[in-house]
Design a protein around this ligand. Structure first.
Ligand code: PLP
Length: 480
């Protein structure tokens, strides 16, 4: 596992509208925070950028020394309406002030408001919502509901999918979860990456299910796109899958934990496919802040057991935050903004690809979710996933990319898979919102994305050339 250095280094100072670097990085006064995380928490903390978050507002993150970064991570798809959104803050403070910080799953006005709001914004055939705390927990509950409802014992999912880190949700995940003891419970089908399938999406689907006994399966759990690649299900495939599930009594669970609440330019990403799920799982962007998740489904499915509740599932502050966040999203038309900004981003990415077709292999972009795959300079086009099912990833390049962004005041979620592959999901739903109000400002905002790509790209090339971290051009730094 890669370990970021905690030794402060000199890096060019930056003072622009959205970025400040005024100390060595990491800031010397934050080193003890970073070190304590490593000492007292699991080794996974090593993999974190050495930024000690002190404050985060809208799309900026600050350390306590006054360094300020642009956050393109959205805290891993959580802060869809921006960090510390004023309406969300107000809702949380209100529940604190009136002294209601826990209510188990007893009735509260706060949960009434949110359940109605969620059902109003869900497909018409779904009429009930179960509140929980994490995405993984909502996947567990969705699976349990489907088993209880159908009386069947197995489920289907995709071989490169991700659904969480608890036992059941890990079983539903694709490859790379070899530690999971019970394998037979889930049958993993190949994911129809548009670049990987030789036949039509419908035929590919037919082939995938041809040897299955459908009446063994309670549910098919899908993500609208795969998080690791931003690879969307082809629409024809999704529709075929839906009709096959319906005709075989298999419930369709759509995991919208990452893709929901406007991320892809639709309220829910499955709307792109015009399909109708039986169960939807949500988390992350549901509150843009405090931990909350939910399962949305039908009474007939949700009411199969009286065990669907949890201690913290409808925490009043989290529920109030979620209501404020969803209302803000709707009031400010952030879903439409996500689509419009995404369309512009795609246009620029395509132009960039046209300029340098030998370098950019593939772009996937819907709303503010995108990936860019960079061609291997040696022309080696091996698969993204190796024979053992691991996403091939050179940790050093990945870390170098992350660190360079760190030093240029951008927190960026970057994955570099093996030499020659580079993937960047654009994780911020509300990137420089003020740029969006005027047309010229929109272009500037898109320029931000374009520039960011170039930065990553130049980093990558330099890495190949010199095998060491690239220093960004000062001119590029000034643009943000
Ligand atoms: C598609 C998807 N499902 C499930 C999860 C798990 O959610 P959580 O981390 O809240 O348990 C994630 C988290 O990254 C996700 O992206």
């Amino acid at each position: 596992m890669y370990k970021f250095s905690h030794i402060p280094v000199d890096t060019p100072k930056i003072k622009t509208k959205n970025r400040t670097i005024k100390t060595k990085i990491p800031s010397p006064e934050t080193v003890s925070i970073l070190e304590d995380c490593m000492t007292y928490e699991p080794a996974s903390m090593n993999d974190q950028l050495p930024v000690a978050w002190d404050k985060a507002y809208d799309f900026n993150v600050y350390d306590k020394s006054g360094n300020k970064w642009i956050d393109f991570t959205s805290s891993i798809f959580v802060t869809n309406v921006g960090h510390s959104n004023k309406d969300v803050q107000k809702a949380i403070l209100k529940t604190c002030k009136k002294q209601l910080l826990n209510s188990y799953y007893y009735p509260t006005k706060e949960r009434n408001k949110l359940s109605k709001l969620i059902i109003q914004n869900s497909p018409k055939n779904l009429d009930k919502v179960l509140f929980l705390s994490t995405g993984s927990e909502s996947v567990e509950a969705a699976i349990k509901m489907s088993l209880l409802y159908t009386g069947r014992k197995k489920i289907l999912s995709f071989d490169q999918g991700f659904h969480g880190k608890t036992m059941g949700s890990s079983m539903a995940c694709g490859k790379g979860n070899d530690w999971v003891p019970v394998k037979s419970f889930v049958k993993h089908l190949p994911f129809p990456n548009e670049w990987g399938i030789k036949s039509s999406p419908e035929n590919f689907f037919k082939q995938s299910v041809k040897n299955l006994k459908p009446n063994e399966y309670a549910a098919f759990i899908i993500e609208p796109y795969q998080g690791w690649s931003a690879s969307f299900l082809p629409t024809e495939y999704a529709q075929k899958l839906e009709s096959w599930c319906k005709s075989n009594g298999i419930l369709l669970i759509v995991d919208e934990i990452q893709s929901g609440f406007g991320r892809t330019g639709k309220f829910f990403a499955f709307e792109h496919f015009k399909i109708s799920p039986d169960i939807i799982t949500c988390a992350k962007g549901i509150s843009s802040s405090l931990p909350l998740s939910c399962v949305i489904s039908k009474s007939s499915i949700v009411d199969t057991s009286s065990s669907f509740n949890s201690t913290h599932g409808s925490n009043p502050a989290a529920v109030a935050a979620s209501t404020a966040s969803i209302n803000y999203l709707i009031k400010n038309k952030l879903v439409e903004q996500s689509k419009n900004k995404g369309d512009l981003m795609l246009k620029f990415l395509k132009e960039w690809q046209k300029e340098q077709p030998h370098l950019i292999k593939r772009i996937s972009c819907r709303g503010l979710l995108a990936s860019v795959f960079i061609n291997s300079p040696d022309g080696n086009d091996s698969d993204f996933v190796d024979d053992n099912g691991n996403h091939r990833c050179n940790e050093e390049i990945k870390a170098a990319a992350k660190e360079t962004h760190l030093h240029s005041s951008m927190l960026y979620y970057v994955k570099v898979s093996n030499f020659g592959r580079l993937y960047n999901p654009y994780s911020q739903l509300t990137p420089p919102r003020e740029y969006v109000h005027a047309k010229e400002k929109l272009i500037k905002e898109t320029f931000v994305f374009k520039t960011t790509n170039r930065i990553v790209f130049s980093l990558y090339l330099d890495y190949l050339k010199t095998k060491k971290q690239n220093l960004l051009l000062q001119a590029e730094r000034e643009m943000l």
